[in-house]
Write a protein that binds this ligand. Structure first.
Ligand code: SF4
Length: 258
């Protein structure tokens, strides 16, 4: 199995399919994965294959790493479009996540005032008041929902806590009009079970919930690199365009990455 673990707190900038020139931030262990989901498609690998490193960077280490990198990029006259929190797992797990976001906004203003701040999250902690305040303070709170059905989320994303789409829907109320809904479309077989969140039933339910959630923007994408679960396959751009078309007609901004 091939996995990609980020071995630095701040990495890049790298070209992101969805965000442009993106300076990545990894608040998770440098040599391990820490996540409240265990997605079949996770580019960091399965949780069980992590290397056991649980040490998280401190607030001070983070600030120093980010400021050093921003100065370095500025010194080279390069530009960044966004500072993106992703890394080796779920960024909101970090106990100082809210303070880290506050410091990031200060450093962004000081060095790259035009760059956006983006957070990719699986949504497991969006209901916690400090996390919510932090996510609502950044430019792009990009929140994952891969299906409108609990059973499909259980299959694809494998949450490591009692999960329900109904809870997610409730927790997303305060984000209406302000967040980016992110959905991975894929097909395949895992442990003898067919995986497919592109069926007519899946897509109809997903469109319905997308409309109800009122995201500011929708990002849909598919597998790009090798996944820890074998036997998963990409969904074509044409299929994703068909999935998105009724939402686009309703005026939603939808970006598709194939
Ligand atoms: S939520 Fe993200 S980091 Fe966590 S398992 Fe899924 S893809 Fe990996």
């Amino acid at each position: 199995m091939s996995t990609i673990l980020f071995d630095q707190i701040v990495f890049g900038p790298i070209h992101s399919r969805r965000l442009g020139s993106s300076l990545g931030v990894n608040l998770l262990p440098m040599n391990g994965k820490l996540c409240s989901f265990d997605c079949l498609y996770c580019e960091c690998g399965f949780n069980a294959d992590g290397k056991g490193d649980n040490r998280l960077p401190t607030l001070e280490e983070f600030c120093s790493a980010l400021e050093t990198k921003l100065k370095e990029i500025k010194g080279k006259n390069e530009r960044i479009d966004t500072i993106t929190f992703s890394g080796n797992g779920e960024p909101t797990i970090h106990p100082n996540f809210a303070s880290i976001i506050k410091e990031t906004l200060i450093l962004r203003r000081r060095h790259f005032p035009l760059a956006k701040v983006s957070v990719l999250t699986n949504g497991s902690r969006i209901h916690i008041p400090q996390i919510r305040e932090a996510l609502l303070s950044v430019d792009n709170a990009i929140i994952k929902l891969d299906s409108a059905f609990d059973s499909t989320v259980e299959q694809i994303d494998r949450p490591q806590y009692p999960y329900s789409v109904a809870d997610m829907k409730r927790n997303l109320e305060p984000y209406k009009g302000k967040f980016v809904l992110q959905t991975m479309f894929l097909k395949g077989v895992h442990d003898g079970v067919t995986i497919d969140n592109t069926t007519l039933k899946e897509v109809a339910a997903w469109r319905k919930i997308a409309i109800e959630l009122e995201p500011r923007e929708i990002m849909i994408y598919t597998i790009d690199r090798e996944t820890p679960a074998k036997n998963l396959s990409k969904v074509s751009v044409e299929e994703m365009e068909q999935i998105a078309a009724p939402l686009v007609s309703l005026g939603f901004k939808v970006t598709i990455s194939g």
